[in-house]
Design a protein. Sequence first.
Length: 161
Amino acid sequence: MSRVFLGIGGNIGDKHANIKETLSLLQENPKIEIVNTSSYYETAPVGYEDQDWFLNIVVEIETSLEPYSLLEYCNHIEQELKRERLIHWGPRTIDVDILLYENFSSDNEKLIVPHPRMCERGFVIIPLYEIAPDLIIYDKPIKEFVDQLQTEEVRKINYEG
Ligand code: X6L
Ligand code: MG
Ligand code: MG
């Protein structure tokens, strides 16, 4: 079994419902177990600013899926939620990214792990730090990345359940 962190976010439609649906699609795969879920965060869009705010979370899973099989399953979830790719870095119903996969690293056109620029993104690092404060990334404690974040807007929200 491998310990993996996924970044999940979207900004089209019912953002909370789309994340919930993603969690149930992950959970219904017998080769995936969700072991930890961060709080939900409203986050200002990064990369392409002329779009709605995102709702983002990070989840920790245990999986027997190999990295490329897990990637296929993440893409399957995006298709189930009718993700369309119209604008680069633009609005989407859901985005499911493999942030970290054990100590595996990959850098090719299909899959880049650790996820590109994840350490500079508040919408990734803040929820990741919430559920894995002892993580080491690129030989550095995650706290160092938290402390170096630019003032990107990331607001933790409180949902009932
Ligand atoms: C330098 C240059 C530093 C580019 C960072 C970072 C660009 C992230 C694009 C970057 C750079 C991205 C989400 C989002 C996107 C999301 C929020 C992207 C592009 N996904 N903004 N933007 N949440 N808040 O899930 O991630 S797509
Ligand atoms: Mg993605
Ligand atoms: Mg992404």
